[in-house]
Design a protein around this ligand. Structure first.
Ligand code: PLP
Length: 421
């Protein structure tokens, strides 16, 4: 190992003394094409997507997501959470149903289940940082209707094993692809495995429309039900075919500025992914012989988005020390312990799930006679998830990084590993 000198955390000189580039992905790439696309919509004065279906940018964005995932239908909506609500409505999730979600996902995933009247059942993750296929079956009850695998941080879930569990038990699968747009698993795009797939185009995702989301499916009934949920007057704009009876919706529509921005960003998707994968690969190669940690296990290394790399330590204290020391070197990274605010991606901080509270005066859906009211939640209910996350140091990548930032990352990791050993 090369000699790097004293660690910055012990008073040495930081390896990187300059500010780190933006960690944003799509939003940091916003440029003239986005400005032109949104401006053209404003000039046209056609802001509402159903005003002129022939020129709708929202419809164009839907076509791109159909092409990306190979699914027959796509529905643009106002956000990723709206996409999940519409997707879950599409597959028929209702009061009394249980839906299995991983213990590591953004709080929006269980929120969408609750909004649909279902109850989330929290399942353990494994060292892929995604749903552990071996821990799904223990969560299944007579009320279980669906599994929601979440491809966290661009890491694909083990879809072959998850689909096999779902098929064995007659359950639907709805993929939450909010953090992994463009990723794949065994050569198939994420969002193409489940009965529905849901994307987000919010600021912190790979590509953005400012706000926005997308539901994809090849099931016409799922699509029609999702569309009804997304607009209280859907049957005026697009009369439902296939005999799906109408029901009230919520006006989760995407507007044309968002549609245009989304289309311009979509053009950047493959470029952003290619650059992030290259940077991530450089760091991986640069730390391959460091034995202080292992990198996360992957269901498909080639299908990852490359936006993140997780270092797994033997125990939590090591991860915390490593993360502090690496940040002192000027290299951004995160661990479960060094966030000033609770991380809403970890089940124990899903406050309204832990407390079983809701907007309903009668406490539904939790108190519904259709549900198993004995179901309880506790901050220690998924020890395996807390163990894996506690031992993790997470590095993020953006196309804004230059090659030397990948080299600095690898050098920083080597320096800290040598200095702490
Ligand atoms: C961001 C996110 C969502 C919600 O998307 P919004 O567009 O913010 O509503 C859902 N699931 C996951 C995993 C996310 O990261």
């Amino acid at each position: 190992m090369p000699e790097y000198g004293r660690l910055a955390i012990d008073g040495g000189t930081p390896l990187c003394g300059e500010p780190w580039p933006s960690t944003m992905l799509g939003p940091a790439a916003v440029g003239q094409p986005e400005i032109d696309a949104v401006t053209a919509v404003l000039r046209s004065q056609k802001l509402f997507r159903f005003l002129d279906p022939a020129t709708s940018r929202c419809a164009e964005l839907e076509a791109r997501f159909r092409a990306l995932t190979g699914q027959d239908y796509a529905l643009a909506v106002g956000g990723g959470t709206a996409a999940l609500v519409c997707g879950l409505t599409g597959i028929g999730i209702s009061e009394g149903d249980e839906v299995i979600v991983p213990a590591y996902t953004y709080i929006a995933t269980p929120a969408a289940v609750l909004i649909c009247g279902g109850v989330p059942v929290i399942a353990e993750i494994d060292e892929t940082l995604t749903l552990d296929p071996a821990r799904i079956e223990e969560c299944i009850t007579e009320r279980t209707r669906a599994i929601v695998p979440v491809h966290m941080r661009g890491y694909p879930c083990d879809m072959a094993r998850i689909m096999a569990v779902a098929e064995r038990h007659g359950l639907d699968v709805l993929e939450d692809v909010a953090q992994a747009c463009g990723g794949s698993c065994q050569g198939r795009r994420l969002g193409s495995f489940g009965r529905a797939g849901c994307f987000s185009l919010q600021q912190f995702k790979i590509i953005t429309a400012g706000e926005g989301g997308m539901v994809v499916t090849s099931d016409e009934t799922v699509f029609q039900r999702a569309a009804l949920r997304h607009d209280s007057a859907m049957h005026f704009w697009q009369p439902a075919e296939g005999g799906v009876p109408p029901f009230p919706g919520e006006n989760f529509r995407m507007n044309e500025m968002e549609g245009a921005l989304g289309c311009a960003q979509f053009e950047r998707l493959e470029g952003i992914l290619a650059r992030c994968r290259e940077l991530c690969g450089r760091v991986r190669d640069g730390i391959a012989d460091v034995d202080a940690f292992r990198v996360h296990r992957s269901a498909d290394p080639d299908g990852e988005c490359g936006i993140s790399l997780t270092l797994l330590f033997g125990e939590g204290g090591q991860a915390q020390r490593f993360s502090e020391a690496l940040r002192a070197e000027g290299i951004p990274c995160g661990s479960l312990y060094d966030k000033g605010i609770p991380d809403r991606h970890v089940f124990c901080y899903w406050d309204y799930v832990m407390r079983r509270s809701s907007q309903d005066r009668h406490g539904r859906p939790w108190t519904s006679p259709l549900h198993d009211q004995s179901r309880r939640y506790a901050p220690d209910m998924c020890p395996r998830t807390l163990d894996v996350l506690g031992r993790s140091v997470i590095l993020s990548f953006s196309q804004t990084y230059e090659d030397r930032h990948a080299e600095l990352m690898a050098a920083g990791i080597r320096k800290v590993a040598a200095g702490l050993s």
